[in-house]
Design a protein around this ligand. Structure first.
Ligand code: MLT
Ligand code: MN
Ligand code: ZN
Length: 309
């Protein structure tokens, strides 16, 4: 049995974002607190006892407080069910939460060497001492099985693969500590319970749906997919910023070659948008965009929702 908890469904900034007065952020602060959402991350487990985080968002502390599945075991003075953290990129909203896990409990960080190079080059992450927090390189197209605290296999098989994307925002115009070759900056994950064979895909960032990606996702029981923007230029037209979704490495939900169209005929069991920016009108219940998305079989789920496969 594969258990998944959505720790956060929002993109960088969350909902509401601290400095934003857009319609979604305003209503999330007042009439519609149910729209509040923390920055994107999920937790997965196949024994219900040991959990792996997929990315560590800046909201991790709040997410852990709100998620009973991830609380310390009754009767133990120091304990965490979090056994490992798998990183799919090095954006702030994917790695900053590691700094909230600095109190000495053991776990392993699994990440591509390009992401590990960024952690290494930022001395603030040295707070995660090597004795308790191991850093394990993962490679594109090489499946791995994260281990339990006693070194035994977890029963979860994870296949990282390259998806169209870009290096982290804060590296724009700067040398990447791992060199110029971009492969490995943005990963998708296929996560499988070895015993049942049930699996899901996780893609919090994806700039484009390629034919290769379509054939991977076809027939999957569950896909979490990049839902940053509804339209590529929505930040600009709403007067919120100057960036397009594409310039940030994110595909739009709508339009030709958008996520809804591209994943439309792939016979996917459950399609869930994740990493949804507060500018995205589909966040508003009852909006035309939300109706279109739901009509196409997609869901936007609240933080804390658990799905079992
Ligand atoms: C992104 O996904 O484009 C980044 O997380 C942006 C950000 O850090 O706010
Ligand atoms: Mn992000
Ligand atoms: Zn906003």
């Amino acid at each position: 049995m594969l258990r998944v908890v959505i720790l956060g469904a929002a993109a960088g900034g969350g909902v509401p974002q601290w400095n934003c007065g857009c319609p979604v952020c305003r209503t999330a602060r007042s009439e519609n607190p149910e729209l509040r959402s923390t920055q994107a991350s999920i937790a997965v487990s196949c024994d219900g006892e040991h959990w792996f985080l997929i990315n560590a968002s800046p909201d991790l502390r709040q997410q852990l407080t709100a998620t009973p599945q991830l609380h310390p075991k009754q009767g133990q003075l120091r304990h965490s069910p979090i056994t490992g953290v798998i990183l799919t990129n090095s954006e702030i909203d994917a790695v900053a939460g590691l700094l909230s896990m600095r109190e000495g409990s053991p776990f392993t960080v699994y990440a591509h060497p390009r992401v590990l190079a960024i952690l290494k080059s930022n001395s603030i992450f040295n707070v995660l001492g090597e004795k308790s927090v191991k850093r394990q390189p993962i490679e594109v197209d090489q499946a791995f099985e994260p281990t339990l605290p006693d070194g035994s296999p977890s029963g979860i098989k994870i296949l990282p693969f390259e998806v169209p994307g870009k290096a982290a925002w804060y590296l724009e115009g700067q040398a990447h500590p791992a060199g110029a070759d971009g492969a490995g900056d943005t990963l998708g994950l296929r996560i499988e319970d070895k015993q049942s064979g049930k699996y899901l895909y996780f893609l919090a960032a994806c700039a484009r749906v390629t034919d290769d990606l379509k054939s991977r996702l076809a027939g999957a029981p569950l896909v979490f997919f990049d839902g940053t923007v509804w339209r590529d230029d929505e930040l600009i037209t709403a007067g919120l910023g100057s960036k397009t979704g594409q310039s940030m490495g994110h595909i739009a939900m709508s339009g030709d070659h958008g996520a809804i169209e591209s994943l439309g005929r792939l016979d996917i069991g459950q399609k869930v948008f994740l990493h949804i920016n507060n500018s995205n009108p589909a966040l508003l219940n009852g909006s035309d965009e939300r109706k279109t998305l739901e009509h196409a079989g997609w869901k936007i789920l609240a933080d804390g929702t658990e799905i079992t496969l």
